[in-house]
Design a protein around this ligand. Structure first.
Ligand code: BES
Ligand code: ZN
Ligand code: ZN
Length: 518
């Protein structure tokens, strides 16, 4: 998908599909609701209770006046209204996309609306979309431009890679149309960021979508290395020998069960303009290219989904891609611990004791708790490489899905300052994470009798937290954020703004977290 930014009025704009947003401006009895929109563009007849278009361009307002007054369209979120040959406009079609209640208008809603417009166009073979930036009191146009581009990329992705009769229905050109009076520099910069973030998120989604036979740890390593080469990052991909040499006993315990060799990916972003004594941020991702559960094997039903067990690692590779292009003034190391979790004659077994790189002895209670094993060594290694701040992402626990469902991902932190940075990042990314506790009482659940710690809490209770407590053992005092994305890395159904399949969650938030240190 190509993208462009224009500062133009709408009347004479040639477009295949001109997209304008509309809010539901009906008055709310809720006295906590924010103010109603401050303008009713070009049409005094539009009384409260009808949809209000978010453009000051009068030609658009008059073009679809009859449709808007018909009462057939109420501008609820993701609702669409299509007009062919709109009068007074040069555009071939006008698409109105609802963004819900005026008082609740937010950047995530704009991101979603751009995705809706793109996914409206795709099956109708419309290859070009012109998205009119919403004008609304209190809304920053640059932020809106960025959100719109990100949303367009999110909407453009479809996971049908291997269909033999696949017809690429990608949007060829997505145009953001900003009002002529906008602050050009600011909108242009934000637009460019949106392109980088959207493309990087889709890069991650393409990796996550790959089946286990087509994306082994070795191939994941090659894909990461190719990305790094393209973006000017340095990258090393190690395998069995190095993992043994580094005494990564926890990582190796998982890897040893597969005929596919593991991969330890180390990507580095080292800008010359980063302060020498500044922070070194490490992004550590779980890259299990397929999780059978190992000897503690998973049920057959739904096991095919476990190809996405490398979504955390893929998020880190996508984030490094974006970082390479956005060039924040801070050093970043990306680490992906990739292996296949298989049952075999060589596989690790319940009861085994593995000695992690840190020296801690881990009693294996369940071989399906493999993500924390590979991350234990990844986190320790990151600190050895000089990381001052850690963030990890992993499809770590089913328990996190039980706790938060498929809406919010889990976030854990051992440090308030890092967490504040992450919260700020969420405001920009629009992604949804919910904090869960990291407290000593939970540690008791993972104390081992034979060794130091065990790889599960023994009971199902608090499973996402005991997994986080396990990881915490390997970060020591280093400020650390842990993201459990098991429930949100894969969309279970098609939505109007995003396809069923890999979501690319966490890429944008991680990148913003990194930028907050620059
Ligand atoms: N990869 C899974 C977690 C998962 C579950 C990801 C659902 C995506 C969707 C992880 O390796 C796992 O199997 N965890 C176990 C841990 C348990 C054995 C303590 C789980 O959550 O059941
Ligand atoms: Zn598992
Ligand atoms: Zn797993």
């Amino acid at each position: 998908m190509k993208t462009e930014l224009k500062f133009e009025s709408l009347q004479a704009l040639p477009a295949e599909l001109l997209v304008v947003l509309a809010v539901d401006a009906s008055t709310s009895k809720d006295k906590n609701a924010a103010a109603e929109p401050a303008f009713h563009p070009g049409d005094e007849d539009l009384s409260l209770g009808t949809p209000v278009l978010l453009t000051k361009d009068a030609t658009v307002a008059s073009a679809d006046k009859p449709a808007l007054k018909s009462g057939e369209f109420s501008a609820t979120t993701c609702e669409t209204l299509l007009l062919h040959a709109p009068p007074e406009l040069k555009a071939k079609r006008l698409l109105i996309v609802g963004v819900g209640k005026a008082a609740k208008l937010s950047l995530p809603e704009i991101r979603k609306a751009a995705g809706v417009a793109v996914r409206f166009a795709k099956p109708r073979k419309i290859r070009q979309v012109s998205f009119v930036l919403p004008e609304y009191d209190g809304l920053n146009l640059a932020d809106a431009a960025r959100a719109a581009v990100e949303g367009a990329f999110v909407g453009d992705f479809d996971p049908d890679t291997y269909k033999s009769d696949r017809k690429d229905r990608s949007i060829e050109l997505f145009t953001v149309v900003a009002p002529t009076g906008a602050n050009k520099k600011a909108v242009e910069a934000a637009f460019r960021e949106g392109v980088i973030l959207g493309e990087s998120q889709n890069f991650t989604r393409a990796l996550v979508n790959e089946p286990g036979n087509r994306l082994t740890p070795t191939i994941l390593g090659e894909r990461a290395a190719a990305m790094c080469k393209e973006q000017g990052l340095s990258c090393e991909v190690y395998s069995t020998e190095k993992i043994k040499e580094l005494k990564m006993g926890a990582f190796w315990a998982v890897a040893q069960g597969s005929d596919e060799p593991p991969a330890l990916v180390v990507m580095r972003y080292e800008p010359n303009d980063a302060p020498k004594d500044g922070p070194v941020l490490a992004l550590v991702g779980k890259g299990i290219t397929f999780d059978t559960g190992g000897i503690s094997i998973k049920p057959a039903d739904g096991m095919e989904k476990m190809k996405y067990d490398m979504a955390g690692g893929a998020a880190m590779i996508g984030a490094m891609r974006a970082i390479a292009q956005l060039k924040p003034k801070v050093r970043v190391i990306g680490i992906v611990c990739s292996a296949e979790n298989m049952p075999s004659g060589k596989a690790y077994k319940p009861g085994d004791v593995a000695i992690a790189m840190s020296g801690k002895a881990i009693e294996v209670l369940n071989t399906d708790a493999e993500g924390r094993m590979v991350l234990a060594d990844g986190l320790h290694y990151a600190r050895q490489l000089g990381a001052t701040h850690l963030i990890d992402a992993a499809t770590l626990t089913g328990a996190c899905v039980v706790a938060l469902g498929m809406v919010n991902a889990g976030v854990f932190a051992n440090d308030e300052d890092s967490y504040e940075h992450f919260q700020k990042a969420l405001k920009l990314s629009g992604e949804r994470f919910w904090r869960l506790p990291v407290e000593d009482e939970y540690r008791e659940m993972i104390v081992s009798e034979i060794g130091d710690i065990r790889n599960t809490g023994g009971s199902r209770y608090g499973g996402a937290i005991t997994a986080a407590m396990f990881l915490k053992e390997f970060v020591d005092e280093t400020p650390w954020i842990h993201l459990d994305i098991a429930g949100v890395a894969w969309m279970e159904e098609n939505k109007p703004w995003i396809a069923k399949g890999p979501s690319g969650v966490a890429v944008r938030s991680i990148v913003e977290w990194v930028r907050s240190y620059a």
